[in-house]
Ligand binder design. Sequence first.
Ligand code: NDP
Length: 249
Amino acid sequence: MTIDLKNAKALVTGGTRGIGRGIVLGLAAAGADVITCYRQESEAVVSLRNELKEIGGEHHVLRADVEQPEEIARLLTEAEQRFGALDVVVNNAGVISHIPFGELALEEWRRVLDTNLTASFQVIQRALPLLGDGASIINIGSRGAAAGIPLRAHYTAAKAALIGMTRSLAKELGPQGIRVNVLALGVIETEALEAMPAEQREALRARYSEKTSLGRLGTPAEVAGAVQFLASDLSRYVTGETINVDGGI
Ligand code: NDP
């Protein structure tokens, strides 16, 4: 089934690799024009630009580090100049690290919160003047926020806070017709997983085959499906929600 997002203008942070890439391609395939950003030049940037060219439409893949507030400001200025307004904002860019709590440095705590939480606050705040009635903000969260994950207190703290911010914003922006939701993801197959040592990767796959009702990990395209739904008019009465996309953990 395809959702029609023709004429929609979307901003996706961190769209060159992994889940963000799947989201960008999914939105573009549904007919939306997309502006996305990345942190560092890579093959992934070139290949995303090529894929978007094949899909067609107006798309922009720009370098902007969302850990830096001035780069977020620049990204939103670009969005305004190129699109005039936005219908969809997806806060996807995220970083993770695995550190025992006793060894977690303040600097690392801040880095992880800056990218996973503060960047979303800044992106939404800067995007507000470009959003109107019917706009949809989608924050990419994690099932780990509710469940807790050892060695990731900083990451889960950021993702849990994203839920609180989303609920408050849904109430604050609802009267303007702007919806705000979270997608809480389970484990999704990305290049990061491919880069793991084979043994570790297979152990993870086996663990999640048991843990999930569907018996497997998810794919970026499956996350993109949930994003398309929240971006579209089909979800026009859904706001302030956290929707699990986790294969039924
Ligand atoms: P990846 O590391 O595979 O990709 C991250 C993307 O975000 C890349 O395009 C990267 O660009 C970009 N990015 C990272 N930091 C910044 C930054 N500071 N500024 C701009 N762009 C940035 O991540 P995933 O696809 O695995 O994760 C995407 C989201 O999904 C994250 O929010 C993550 O927390 C969440 N999530 C992922 C799960 C999973 O199983 N993978 C599970 C639960 C949640 P560059 O290449 O330049 O670094």
